[in-house]
Ligand binder design. Structure first.
Ligand SMILES: Cc1cc2nc3c(=O)[nH]c(=O)nc-3n(C[C@H](O)[C@H](O)[C@H](O)COP(=O)(O)OP(=O)(O)OC[C@H]3O[C@@H](n4cnc5c(N)ncnc54)[C@H](O)[C@@H]3O)c2cc1C
Length: 278
């Protein structure tokens, strides 16, 4: 029989995690429930859905703090957040359909850390910091490096993801595109998230990230360097298209082929540049 724990707050959740590191953390359940009949039942479940202290959005002077159990629908209902972080809003709007958006959480997407998790490249492009909580307290890790391998994250078995912190963006541009088999309800074949400061004609502090092109989300640092300090132009878009091919080596699998993934990734990165041309 699977044990079920419903903590009243974050402190209780951390205590339960410390006592039962083998129990499953369950948020919206939209990842976990897929294929549940073919999985061994967990020893127990710690239910984090709607947990006070873990769900909610707080605007601070320098950053947004989003509780890990915040759903995509919560994000989309927050007009100020959507206005300041349009790339995250666009991404949330394209995840599953309304039912998934009402249940699925940001922390669940990070917890699964699937290469096709749509928010993962957004976290890189927005320079996210992950707050991990345990009975010992909280620690913060940059999201860049938080995914340590295929569906692996840098959290200890006694920790849970408490919140995601996103620096308030500087005046500039944000970009999000995902390519799937169809326009809605599609698992991504490739996704691109980017942000940059824009001063006059030039781009700086460029962060260009992709998902589904490796075992974890990746930043294309050489392409970012190519864009740094440059004014967007058709020539620059072509140079970016070529550089992307140097930086990623997608694989073929059930969802797409390596050549198609590369072609789409190049097009999306070039489109990011072309959309900034004045
Ligand atoms: C029909 C359908 C469509 C979907 N479409 C998309 C899509 O378009 N894009 C996309 O990216 N995903 C999609 N998903 C996958 C899923 O909805 C998302 O990954 C969602 O964000 C998972 O959140 P959840 O709260 O439901 O996670 P859960 O299923 O509750 O948990 C997922 C994993 O994360 C762990 N976890 C949960 N919360 C925490 C925490 N606070 N700390 C540490 N670990 C934690 C759990 O232990 C589990 O391993 C889809 C799923 C379905 C069923």
């Amino acid at each position: 029989m699977t044990a079920y724990v419903k903590p009243a707050d974050l402190a209780e959740a951390c205590a339960a995690r410390a006592s039962h590191p083998d129990y499953l953390l369950l948020a919206g359940g939209t990842d976990y429930m897929v294929g549940v009949l073919h999985k061994d039942a967990p020893a127990g479940v710690i239910d984090l859905f709607d947990l006070p202290g873990l769900r909610g959005i707080e605007r601070r002077d320098d950053a947004w703090r989003i509780g890990a159990a915040t759903t995509y629908a919560d994000l989309l209902r927050h007009e100020e957040l959507c206005a300041e972080l349009p790339l995250l809003a666009q991404c949330a709007r394209e995840i599953g359909a309304v039912q998934i958006q009402e249940r699925g959480t940001l922390g669940g997407n990070m917890g699964t850390s699937s290469p096709v998790g749509d928010t993962l490249p957004c976290m890189l492009a927005l320079n996210a910091v992950i707050h991990l909580a345990s009975a010992e307290g909280e620690r913060a890790l940059p999201y860049d490096g938080f995914c340590t391998g295929y569906r692996q994250i840098a959290a200890r078995p006694d920790e849970l993801i408490a919140a995601i912190e996103l620096p308030r963006p500087v005046p500039g541009v944000q970009f999000w595109r995902k390519v799937g088999t169809r326009k809605a309800q599609a698992i991504s074949k490739v996704m691109v998230a980017a942000s940059a400061r824009r001063s006059g004609e030039t781009l700086s502090e460029v962060r260009l990230a992709m998902g589904a092109v490796a075992d974890r989300p990746v930043r294309l640092k050489a392409t970012e360097a190519l864009l740094e300090g440059q004014a967007p132009s058709a020539e620059l878009a072509e140079a970016v298209r070529a550089q992307v091919a140097e930086e990623i080596t997608p694989i073929s699998d059930v969802r797409s082929t390596a050549p198609y993934r590369l072609f789409a990734a190049q097009n999306l990165a070039a489109r990011f540049v072309l959309e900034q041309c004045s």
